[in-house]
Design a protein around this ligand. Structure first.
Ligand code: BEZ
Ligand code: FE
Length: 306
């Protein structure tokens, strides 16, 4: 008798607090796309568990819904507030890590960020991408190789960074020169690349929307550790979307979007030598950054849940 009652209860289609996630998931059709079934059942399970742990009041739940509504309303073609939310919660970096498990020694991936622009100007090695003349001069040079150290010629290196005021060109159209601090370089026959720029500075992610308010309510700042962005591509190799970080930035351990990986912190050497400066067309001092990119051959993401 006891067991038949519990059988009836455990398959009941009616809502009850204890079995809430089970009841909701049981409603899903067996004909639904299997991946969607998996995703939705995991989400429902964890969402219900979170709600049971939090026990929100109605006011708190409405505040959460209002936050999501405002986040959506903030989105435009240029401003993706939901991606920003995913960034500050560490979800963007987690999805990136899951999808770019590389062999040790390969340059790690990071998030792309919202300020990448395709088809930036292509430059010969040695060109200066800083078009507004602000900031501390810097030379970046290195090699693109495979995991065994073999040079990769003709690799494309797309680079972009903020100007010395902490803004990307696309955030300041009409204020900065178009394509300021972005460009595309090609590695030479020995896999070498080199270009001129300015030392990057830390800057805040856009924080005038609901995500900025959430950060501040959580007692967090919006700053990103000073960095350059790169996409490095070569036929037959996994494209690498990555950053390099300055070693002296106070925000390295508290980057707003968790983008810093220890392996991506570069040495920035200050060169105070007039002859060396003259050779690169600067006056001294200038910063020299030697940075190699190591590409892995194409890999497939590994699924933790079958
Ligand atoms: C960036 O580095 O450009 C960036 C990344 C995530 C959010 C906002 C900006
Ligand atoms: Fe950035």
């Amino acid at each position: 008798m006891q067991s038949s009652t519990s059988t009836v209860q455990s398959s009941s289609p009616y809502f009850d607090e204890a079995r809430s996630a089970e009841v909701v998931n049981a409603r899903m059709s067996n004909d639904a796309n299997p991946r969607l079934r998996q995703v939705m059942s995991v989400l429902v399970k964890h969402l219900h568990a979170a709600i049971k742990e939090i026990e929100p009041t109605h006011e708190e739940w409405f505040a959460a819904v209002r936050f999501l509504t405002e986040t959506g309303q903030m989105c435009t073609d240029w401003r993706q507030e939901y991606i920003l939310l995913s960034d500050i919660l560490g979800v963007s970096m987690l999805v990136d890590a899951i999808n770019h498990r590389r062999p040790s020694g390969a340059t790690p991936n990071t998030i792309l960020g919202p300020f990448y622009v395709a088809n930036a100007p292509e430059y010969p090695n040695g060109a200066n991408i800083c078009l507004d003349g602000k900031g501390e001069p810097m030379v970046v040079e290195g090699r693109v190789t495979d995991i065994k150290g073999k040079p990769i010629p003709n690799a494309k290196l797309e680079v972009w960074q903020t100007n010395d005021d902490g803004f990307y060109d696309v955030q300041q159209k009409g204020i900065q020169p178009d394509s300021n601090l972005r460009g595309v370089f090609t590695s030479d026959a020995e896999g070498r690349y080199w270009f001129k720029s300015v030392k990057p500075r830390h800057y805040p992610i856009p924080s005038d929307g609901p995500v900025g308010k959430l950060l501040s309510a959580m007692g967090r700042h919006p700053n990103r550790a000073a960095h350059l962005h790169f996409i490095v591509t070569a036929p037959g190799f996994d494209p690498v979307i990555t950053h390099i970080f300055t070693p002296d930035c106070p925000y390295l351990p508290e980057d707003a979007v968790f983008g810093v990986k220890r392996e991506l912190i570069a040495d920035f050497n200050q060169i105070d030598d007039d002859e060396a400066a003259k050779r690169v067309g600067f006056s001294s001092p200038f910063w020299l950054v030697s940075w190699d990119f190591t590409l892995a051959t194409s890999s497939k993401p590994v699924r933790a849940i079958p």
